[in-house]
Design a protein around this ligand. Structure first.
Ligand SMILES: C[S@@+](CC[C@H](N)C(=O)[O-])C[C@H]1O[C@@H](n2cnc3c(N)ncnc32)[C@H](O)[C@@H]1O
Length: 173
């Protein structure tokens, strides 16, 4: 596969200033660990994994997504390297963050997608400012495979797709 897509992914990341859009106090940063991965490092890290992990249908979950540095890169790799539409690429992306404003910025940068306010370490915890839908989706996403009440969201009449997780974020865990 040609490597020509990397500058295009870099351009997309550069559309958002590093850690911009949200005022963060030192106390808040200490409490949440909000130091996002710089774009150059994102590109370097992702260039060192087998790009096929971003193939169509392979899901990408960042359970501590911040303002979406990894997810934005993942979206545009799916679009530029695999020819996916933006809508299809977004169907493969999942983000979670404990801070509402990060969730909002991340969603804005992605142009949609499943980005939830939630506590990835306590997925069933109800957070102030979390919507009921987010609470339900957090519980559903983190439920053990095979658990009795696991919801399998899918379009009526279609078979469930085989999904492989591509990238998690080890920055926090
Ligand atoms: C080190 S930043 C990483 C952000 C992003 N993954 C990146 O690499 O740029 C950690 C993020 O995790 C969020 N966070 C902290 N505790 C969390 C938790 N229990 N569940 C979900 N997100 C959490 C913070 O708000 C922050 O945005």
């Amino acid at each position: 596969m040609s490597e020509e897509f990397w500058p295009l992914v870099a351009e997309k990341l550069a559309e958002h200033g590093y850690m911009s859009g949200v005022e963060r106090t030192i106390d808040r940063i200490r409490a949440t660990g909000e130091v996002f991965t710089p774009s150059g490092l994102i590109l370097e890290m992702l260039a060192n994994v087998d790009v096929s992990i971003f193939s169509p249908g392979n899901t990408v979950l960042d359970p501590a997504c911040g303002d979406g540095q990894f997810l934005v890169a993942a979206k545009w790799i799916k679009v530029y390297a695999f020819g996916m539409s933006e809508v299809a690429a977004l169907c493969d992306l999942y983000g979670i963050d404990i801070m509402r404003d990060n969730v909002d910025v991340c969603k804005r940068r992605l142009g949609g997608g499943t980005v939830l306010m939630g506590d990835a370490l306590r997925p069933n915890a109800a957070l102030d400012g979390q919507t009921e839908l987010e609470r339900q989706m957090m519980a559903s996403l983190f439920m053990e495979p095979g658990a009795k009440n696991r919801k399998k969201p899918r379009v009526a009449g279609t078979k469930p797709r085989k999904r492989r997780a591509a990238v998690g974020n080890s920055a926090l865990f």
